[in-house]
Design a protein around this ligand. Sequence first.
Ligand SMILES: [Zn+2]
Ligand SMILES: [Zn+2]
Length: 416
Amino acid sequence: MNIIIHRGTHEIGGCVTEYEHNGYRLFVDYGDELPGGPKTGDLQVEGLTHGDISKSALLITHYHGDHIGSITKLPQDLPIYMGKVGCEIHKVLSNHLKTVNPAHKVMFERLQHVHTFREGEKFKIGPFDIMPVTVDHSAFDAYAFKIVVNGVSSVYHTGDFRLHGFRSGKTPDMLQKYVGEVDYVVCEGTNVTRPDAASEKESELQSDFETLFKENKGCVVYLSSTNIDRLFSLYHAAYNAHRPFYVDEYQKTVMDTVVKSGSIWTKSGLFQYKKHEPKSLIYDKYDKNSFFVSDSFKDALDKYGYVLIARPNPRFDNLIEQIPGEKKKVLSMWNGYVKEGSDAFNENLAKSLDKDFDYMHTSGHVDMADLRMLFSLLKPKGIIPIHTEEPEAFAKEFGNEWPVILLNDGDSFHSL
Ligand SMILES: [Zn+2]
Ligand SMILES: [Zn+2]
């Protein structure tokens, strides 16, 4: 089997990996490059973007834009495979955004033709046996893949993942059951130069939020609308603090999609509603840039307090302005988006947050100590880092314990 990293050996965004055997090509992920990251432009890959695609297929690890965002540029008849629940969530997102950006309409249509798989259900494409292994990440229904060719050569493709989330405790058991030992690991290395990014567990963050909600009557939290674990964590934190939890209709649909998904994770109470479901904000019939704000709604906020899940747009900005009393604003996503001068700077988010806000976040990506634990279970002959800006730092971190294979974009590595 040949392993070719078409993109992602030296950047976090836009990873594209190919596993090739006897002319069969299995690709993993085809996303956008990150704003502010390096730009290699549109890729030209034989068997993926053009040429003979009759022996090709594409697997998507999860719905983040840097993994799925560019699939709309691929030939219509290329078979694409994705987790069932992740696909449903991405449909809700692209359906919501399709009126503001036509690219999301194209994505929504493409998603109708995606083949879906479920966790732990092995499937076969050409000579490749694929085992989708559900992993904990800031996207729900995210996967790693164990890929085996002819029952001989095996690779574990990690995708984006972490071991400090709510769902991470099951990882060692799942690896033992579905993966075992492998020859190679193609591994994400996002946090290799961000040593503090994952210092807090998701469960510790939830307790911090609960305390914050108890101590502050009104809280407005900004987070990614598809960071499902954080969203449900906030819902339960608000519940325990006896604060009503408000979201808009779109966000409620995302949450409902998870609750009804039948994913194995929804056996956990974390992904279920308690007695009171999140409250949906009502859009104003006459002004699409506003929510309907009645006096009784304002009175209720004043009386019971609230946790409002917001996004940086005029509709939420208008609403927040009308809410009386003190409000605590919280940023619960990567703070690179609001650092002025940063390449990823998001002007709308910075404006909505203004100057006075708390930062409460933990990374969706694994830290180096946990990666070491993963490798000690998988016992690979070699590790290929991707999804990292610093592959050399990755080699320095692990090179003494496991062979780290450093590739450049487009290099082909032959694994036996
Ligand atoms: Zn991701
Ligand atoms: Zn990613």
